[in-house]
Design a protein around this ligand. Sequence first.
Ligand SMILES: [Zn+2]
Length: 319
Amino acid sequence: MSSTKAFASQADLQDKKVSFTKLSDHAYAYTAEGDPNTGVIVGDDAVMVVDTQATPVMAEDVIRRIREITDKPIRYVVLSHYHAVRVLGAAAYRAEHVIASEDTLALIRERGEQDKASEIGRFPRLFRNVESVPPGLTWPTITFSGKMTIWLGKLEVQLLQLGRGHTKGDTVVWLPAERILFSGDLVEYGATPYAGDAYFGDWPQTLDRLAALKPAKLVPGRGAALENEAQVAAGLAGTRSFIADVFASVQASAAAGRDLKAAYRAALDAVRPKYGHWVIFDHCMPFDVSRAYDEATAHRDPRIWTAERDIEMWKALEG
Ligand SMILES: [Zn+2]
């Protein structure tokens, strides 16, 4: 290993195998072994896409899969939250509407540009053909607070904000008739939750509200589609315990007066045995612990990550 250790993710170069899983006559999951997922909802008259992939070229592969099952127009793109790896592929769909929560719009305004630069620098493999991303940011054309219902013909689609967790603006998409939930990064499965912009204190109770919907199937932000209630319960429980365990460790370190680097070492020792096999564990932990330490000490809201702050943090913890 070289003395200047690059981001863990910059050495992560192997392409993942894509699955396009049918969950019902209306719901499909585009998943890629722990890379960011996209949800697809086929209504009577139109298609809705939930999270776009990182670049338009990557989104073209989602469109190719959609065209194997329907020729209905892709009218809606929903952004579950503002992260670049979820939104920068939006242009490819040429959708009439891009929908996000008001809170997500506020984050795009406040930190969208910095997040874009930071995420592309962190994880180049996830931004394949980054040159296909149009200049600027992805802006919603419709925003909502709390709840919005869209009818795709007779199919009811609910967009719900059930609380803060992965970000301040998290939106889930719910098909009540089929009890299918698209959770965005609020739930991960076999993949380490990224919590660099999270609200650790709120996330577990937000997951309780997702669980209260009693989903029969769930498409997580990363990892395979959860196709029965036992798998859904496992996805919710795994995410919940990871968030709780990281926060408990970091809170204990902060209370004991440890600095960030000591808190990081302690958190790694505490959680690696249980979660170290999840994908992107080494990538997420420095960001997750940095945010947990902030939340346990001085910062109620997540500080903005910039390409420079990423490198500074990485050197401080892993250098
Ligand atoms: Zn995210």
